[in-house]
Write a protein that binds this ligand. Structure first.
Ligand code: IMP
Ligand code: MG
Length: 224
C-alpha cells in the first residue's frame, strides 16, 4: 500500500499512489484566492486505519493544501490588525487543530482563549439549538477579538456567539472560519477571514467530527 507523506495509508484503485489529488471534476470559478476553492473529486475508496472501516467519498483537502492556506491566513491576520491586544478565541472542539496551527502563523503578539458551544449532538444537520458550555475566562473588553470557527454551515452557531460576544464591549470583533459552506442563510455577520469555500457535504477531519469521531484525521474528507 502506498504511503502518503504526512503519515496516511492509502489504497486508491485505478489511480496513482497519491491519486486523491487527481481532479475528476472541473474546478468552480474562483473569485478569491485560488487555494480557497475546492476542486478535488475522486470516486475512490481510501483505507486508512483512522477511519475504522468507514468509507469516505473523497479527500477534499489534503494536509499540504491545508498547511499552505493556514500559512496565508496567518499572514492575512498579521497584516490586518493594528496595535492593541488581539485575542484569538477558538470555538471548541472543532477548531482545536486549526487554532493550534493558525496561531503559530500569526506574527504579532496575541492572546488565546477558547469557548465551547454545543449544537449538533450526533446528527449531521443543524438543530439550531446552540448551547454555551464554557465561557472564556479572559476579559474581552477593549480587545480585538478574532473568533475562530472550524466550519460555517447554517450560521446559527456564529449568530448566537457573535450576539453574545458583542455585549462584552470588545474593540473589534471578527470571524475567521477554516471552511465556509456558503449556505449560511441565517448568518447576520460577515466572515472576515475564510480558509476555503467548502462543498455542501458533511466533512470530517482536521478537528471536524462526526459524533466525536475522525477529528484526528490530518486531512479533510467528505463522509459517504
Ligand atoms: P452552523 O451553526 O449550522 O453554522 O454549524 C456550525 C457547527 O456545526 C460547526 O462548528 C461544526 O461543529 C458543525 N458542522 C457544520 N457542518 C459540519 C460538517 O460538515 N462537518 C462537521 N461538523 C459540521
Ligand atoms: Mg462538531
Amino acid at each position: 500500500m502506498p504511503r502518503l507523506e504526512g503519515g496516511g495509508w492509502w489504497s486508491l484503485p485505478g489511480t496513482r499512489s497519491c491519486g486523491f489529488l487527481e481532479c475528476a471534476a472541473a474546478p468552480r470559478q474562483p473569485s478569491g484566492p485560488a487555494d480557497r476553492w475546492c476542486c478535488i473529486t475522486v470516486n475512490a475508496t481510501t483505507t486508512d486505519p483512522r477511519l475504522d472501516g468507514r468509507p469516505v467519498k473523497r479527500i477534499v483537502y489534503d494536509p499540504e493544501r491545508i498547511a499552505r492556506r493556514v500559512r496565508d491566513l496567518g499572514a492575512e491576520i498579521t497584516a490586518a490588525y493594528p496595535d492593541g491586544t488581539l485575542l484569538v478565541l477558538g470555538l471548541l472542539k472543532g477548531s482545536f487543530i486549526f487554532v493550534g496551527d493558525l496561531v503559530r502563523q500569526i506574527e504579532r503578539p496575541i492572546q488565546i482563549d477558547f469557548l465551547v458551544a454545543s449544537s449538533y449532538g450526533h446528527a449531521t444537520t443543524s438543530s439550531g439549538d446552540v448551547r454555551l458550555v464554557y465561557d472564556p475566562e479572559t476579559k474581552l473588553e477593549g480587545k480585538h477579538i478574532l473568533l475562530v470557527e472550524d466550519i460555517v454551515d447554517s450560521g446559527r452557531t456564529l449568530n448566537r456567539l457573535m450576539d453574545l460576544l458583542s455585549t462584552r464591549r470588545p474593540q473589534s470583533l471578527e470571524i475567521c472560519a477554516l471552511l465556509h459552506k456558503r449556505t449560511a442563510t441565517h448568518l447576520r455577520y460577515p466572515v472576515r477571514f475564510v480558509g476555503f469555500d467548502a462543498p455542501n457535504e458533511f466533512l470530517v477531519g482536521y478537528g471536524l467530527d462526526h459524533a466525536e469521531n475522525f477529528r484526528h484525521l490530518p486531512y479533510i474528507a467528505s463522509l459517504q
